[in-house]
Every structure is written in C-alpha cells, then in structure tokens.
Design a protein around this ligand. Structure first.
Ligand SMILES: [Cu+2]
Length: 139
C-alpha cells in the first residue's frame, strides 16, 4: 500500500513538471444517442518526444470507465477490441477515427450533449498523465 502511494505521488509530481510528450489535436466526441450507455471519442495523437510512448490507460470525467478500442475483423464480422497498451513511436501520428481506434466511454454518467466539453486523461508508461479537452459534436 505504501509503495502504491509513493507511486501515485511520483505520478503527480512528474506530470506537473514534465512537458507533454504527446501533441493531441482534434479531440471530439459524438452526441449521445438517446438511451445509449456508451459514447465514443476521437483525436489525433502525435508523439513529439524522442522516445517511444506507451499509452497505458485512459479515464474521462463523463464515464465510469474509458478504454482504447480498435476494430477487428473476426469470422467475417467487424467487432471492437480493447487495446490495453498503445505504443506510439517518436514522430508517429495515430489518428483515432470512425472504424479504427477510438476512446470508448463506457457507462456514461449523463448523455453527451452537443456543444459541451469534457476532460479525458491519458496515462503513459513514463508515469505521466496528460489532460485533454474533448468537444461534443452533433451526430
Ligand atoms: Cu469501442
């Protein structure tokens, strides 16, 4: 437990000091379909640092759980797959978009409304976190 607390303290201090290694742009989410429990968000993520970065977790202010998903063909059917770790090479740009990588917002606390914004927190392997603002768009 003590070790965990020390790790958390380190995470907070490094995220406050270090410069963001990811350049995240075009962060957006789709307005909720009435009755839907889940949402989806997209962005373009570029590694502007000189070392590979592994995204190890995502959380959001609007959902109980957030995961990175991608789409895969399985038995002739398109299905979503959880990506627990996403590695981005120096200078590489990963585009999250419909039919590919996306942030799955699971268990929405409230429906996403067009024009609103919410925060997404991205954690990476160097014990760093980065906060991004996501704009909700109409469908
Ligand atoms: Cu998904």
């Amino acid at each position: 437990m003590l070790k965990l607390l020390a790790g958390l303290a380190l995470m907070v201090s490094t995220s406050a000091m270090a410069q963001d290694a990811l350049n995240i742009s075009d962060a957006r989410a789709k307005e909720s379909i009435p009755g839907s429990q889940n949402g989806v968000a997209f962005a373009t993520i570029e590694n502007t640092s000189s070392s590979p970065i592994i995204i190890t977790g995502v959380s959001s202010s609007v959902s109980k759980m957030t995961q990175i998903h991608t789409h895969v063909m399985k038995d002739g059917m398109m299905s979503m797959k959880h990506v627990p770790e996403l590695s981005i090479q120096p200078g590489e740009q990963v585009v999250f978009q419909s039919g590919g990588y996306h942030f799955m917002l699971m268990g929405l606390k409230e429906p996403l409304v067009k024009g609103e914004t919410f925060n997404l927190t991205i954690s990476y392997d160097t014990n760093q976190t980065q906060l991004i603002s996501v704009q909700v768009e109409g469908r």
